[in-house]
Design a protein. Structure first.
Length: 225
């Protein structure tokens, strides 16, 4: 399976460094933020597969960040905190966290818990052990960069493939054309937002997702499974 991206939001540098070291060693792509604001922005921009979030941050509390993220995104969140009592734990979980770990922690335990969350999450998202993602009549085989519709291989260009997989991985989220351009084509791409419209049209036609890839007029697109 491809490298997983983890976002660590933690203001205590020594702790952030240990986590970064540990997850990089495990093959994760690691992004770090030391304030809540920066963390939230990175989460929106980079769409990590999982977020490791400290409870006590200098600007916004981890619980508030957690709530903001859970409102907009489906990525799993693991809360880190020095507090250990039951009320805090429940409060954290109510705000949208998927799991909870108390400091001081054992690095191996944090990694194991993150892996467990990702496995559980993949299952819920329809990603199988072999790295296949099943979304209705479509099956994505990421290591082959191919998509099958009712078992038949679709003829997609690389950009059409990337666009489709991006939508499938972020159901029900609205993306503007500009964001899609940045994500799929990159910041330095010279084309304009018409490129996005053309590709969405083609992807709709080739995949049979005419009704699932919804146009949000004046805004952009979203995928509704
Ligand atoms: Ca802290």
């Amino acid at each position: 399976m491809k490298d997983r991206k983890i976002l660590i939001i933690e203001d205590e540098k020594p702790i952030a460094d240990i986590l970064k070291y540990g997850f990089e060693k495990e093959g994760f792509l690691v992004r770090c933020a030391c304030t809540g604001g920066e963390g939230f922005e990175l989460a929106c921009r980079e769409q990590p597969d999982v977020v490791l979030l400290d409870w006590m941050l200098p600007d916004i509390s981890g619980v508030d960040i957690c709530r903001m993220l859970a409102e907009q995104y489906t990525m799993p969140i693991l809360m880190l905190t020095a507090r250990g009592n039951v009320e805090d734990k429940l409060y954290g979980l109510e705000s949208g966290a998927d799991d909870y770990i108390t400091k001081p922690f054992d690095l191996r335990e944090v990694i194991a818990r993150v892996r467990t969350i990702l496995r559980r999450f993949d299952k819920a998202e329809g990603i199988t052990e072999s790295g296949q993602m099943v979304c209705g009549h479509l099956t994505v085989v990421e290591r082959e960069h191919s998509v099958y519709s009712h078992g038949k291989l679709l003829n997609l260009t690389p950009k059409e493939y990337e666009l489709l997989v991006f939508f499938l991985k972020h159901p029900r989220q609205v993306f503007t054309r500009t964001i899609l351009l940045d994500r799929i084509w990159g910041y330095d791409f010279a084309g304009d937002t018409r490129t996005v419209d053309i590709h969405v049209q083609r992807v709709r036609k080739k995949t049979g997702l005419e009704n699932a890839l919804v146009t949000i007029f004046g805004v952009g697109y979203k995928y509704v499974p």
